[in-house]
Write a new protein. Structure first.
Length: 413
């Protein structure tokens, strides 16, 4: 219990009790945590009973160099695989702090997960094997790591009381192995990227003239002024699938955070909750968003259709490129043109309440009574203004989160 620290400079020494006593007044709890373990996951997606082969309900099958040989009869559907459940190697470092007699508390964690044996359909088997469908196997490996924490602050100044609670989570994953064959170009490789990483073209703006189109890499379809110009990543003079690359963060937020608060003064109280996300994108797509994708009789759902490139208004920063029927060009392929920042901070709920005075309660033989006013989805701060940002990828056709107000009272006899 007693000891001495080495002297420094002037040569004075301090006992452990003298050193830690001020810290004990400041911190009531200061604890480190560590855990490591293996967790199995048997809820794997894909086909069920993968250890049993199936017979395809087909009228026949074809084979040969030109696929011109046909024989009637049944065929193998799914090949049997020797599979097991996935295993996650989980590591966690934690910290718990209680300070100032419980007024401030912190819980923080750093976590890492190495998941192996992920059940995937194989991608590396060559076409000439003649398999109707590639077999499944425990071939995937994914790493995931991140931090999360919760900070709480309680306090009071006379009759004024408050509580603030904030939480923050940041996480990032990376594909280590997915049985993808070596691609022709490195930017097509999904290994080393996030799960569900968005791939698409890099948009360079809108074509301004016919001459610019003629002097640019060849694009697909009926390309005119006002259409989206894409970057030729591999430099072969044409835009095709080899020019698609990883773009943006993806549709799953890397950052999730929130702030809850509660203030009270005598009979009045105010409580609320902010929620927010970051490092997330929204990829716009789909019928209803893309004008005339299903022909001239099928338009779009959004009111910003007037914000488009036209001959009379050749705005290079218009929301929509040149309108065209159907899919005569690649204007609506996944690209950075349609990739929008999906971060937001939203005041999810806010409630104001008032406790009726005791003298009034005594007259009515009530133990407690209060009135309140509540609002939901009151404010949203986001750069995304096409539709409700919480709807995520797509065309925004789902019912949005609405702003609601309500008032009421509570009685306790």
């Amino acid at each position: 219990r007693y000891g001495f620290f080495p002297s420094v400079g002037a040569g004075w020494v301090v006992s452990q009790e003298q050193f830690f006593e001020p810290l004990q007044d400041l911190f009531q709890l200061f604890k480190f945590r560590f855990s490591y373990g293996l967790v199995g996951n048997s809820r794997i997606s894909g086909r069920r009973f993968a250890y049993i082969a199936t017979v395809a309900n087909a009228s026949g099958y074809t084979f040969g160099e030109n696929m011109d040989n046909y024989y009637p009869g049944k065929d193998i559907g799914d090949y049997a695989s020797d599979v097991s459940w996935e295993v996650a190697h989980k590591t966690n470092f934690g910290l718990n702090i209680d300070a100032l007699n419980g007024k401030i508390s912190l819980q923080a964690n750093y976590f890492k997960q190495h998941r192996t044996g992920i059940f995937l359909q194989r991608n590396s088997l060559p076409y000439y094997l003649g398999l109707r469908s590639s077999p499944y196997g425990n071939v995937g490996v994914i790493d995931n790591h991140g931090i999360d924490g919760t900070l709480t602050w309680n306090g009071n100044l006379g009759d004024f009381h408050f509580q603030l609670i904030g939480n923050f989570t940041w996480t990032r994953n990376k594909v280590i192995q997915n049985d993808q064959p070596e691609p022709k170009y490195p930017w097509l490789d999904k290994k080393g990227l996030k799960v569900g990483q968005t791939f698409g073209y890099v948009a360079l703006g809108l074509f301004e003239s016919k001459k610019e189109i003629e002097n640019s890499p060849k694009q697909n379809g009926d390309v005119r002024s006002g259409d989206i110009k894409y970057k030729d990543i591999n430099g072969d003079g044409k835009i095709d699938s080899y020019d698609r690359m990883a773009i943006g963060y993806g549709d799953i937020p890397e950052v999730v955070y929130g702030l809850g608060f509660s203030f009270s003064y005598k009979s009045f109280s105010l409580t609320g909750l902010f929620q927010g996300v970051g490092n997330v994108d929204i990829l716009l797509s789909g019928e209803g968003f893309q004008p005339f994708q299903q022909g001239l009789s099928r338009g779009n759902l959004l009111s910003n259709i007037t914000d488009r490139w036209t001959v009379k208004n050749p705005d290079p920063h218009a929301f929509y490129p040149r309108l065209s029927p159907g899919t005569v060009n690649d204007n609506y392929e996944a690209s950075t043109w349609w990739l929008k920042n999906g971060r937001y901070l939203r005041l999810k709920s806010l409630q104001f309440s008032y406790d009726l005075p005791q003298t009034f309660l005594d007259r009515l033989n009530l133990k407690n009574a209060y009135v309140f006013l509540t609002g939901v989805n009151l404010l949203t701060f986001t750069p995304f203004d096409v539709f409700d940002v919480e709807l995520g990828n797509g065309k925004g056709a789902a019912y949005p989160n609405t702003k609601n107000y309500s008032a009421g009272f509570g009685l306790k006899f």
